[in-house]
Design a protein around this ligand. Sequence first.
Ligand code: ZN
Length: 215
Amino acid sequence: MKFLILFGPPGAGKGTVARKIERAISIATGDLFRDHLKRNSELGQKARAFMDDGKLVPDDITIAMLKERLEQPDCQQAELIILDGFPRTKPQAEAFLESFPEAEILTIYLSVKDDVIVNRLIGRWTCPKCKRTYNTNLHAAIIKGGNCVTEKCETPLERRPDDESEETIRTRLKVYHRETKPVLGFLREKKLTIKRVMGNKPPETVLKNVKKALG
Ligand SMILES: [Zn+2]
């Protein structure tokens, strides 16, 4: 299987880029969790027990969810599997490489400065149904209506609670620098290819550069 690890801080535009790469399936682990919790699957119940105790869900549960997802026919047929927001920690990256020893893996690092991210996330609204994101800086007129403009969607847009204040965004960035950023060094140690794309450009430029990096 061929994987693209789309790496970068929260608000770097990983989801926006992932949705626009053709012939690829994008997997966000947050969506996997939500799906398992909603279906109350065996893995979902296991995960819930940790979450109810205020603990992080262990990596083996996350990996098991990922494996299950990858067995589905759409993933089996996909040319590329995009991992959006995973691995999030060094132990997760270790577990991932151990679980998929045969995988072909490319990492693209969407690099964006903290201050740019804070400005972006403060203005971010998300469609709960199709997951498209909007930004008050870029889509002021759209936001005014309050509904998703994706064809036939028209779901009222929501703000994610963790996007709301500068303080919560800075806290998420701190966690990113402490827990997630070391993943890059780990992947480099493992001699995996990492390509850096500047994420502070307009979305269409970022997408173009990501596609170029994909080759
Ligand atoms: Zn929508």
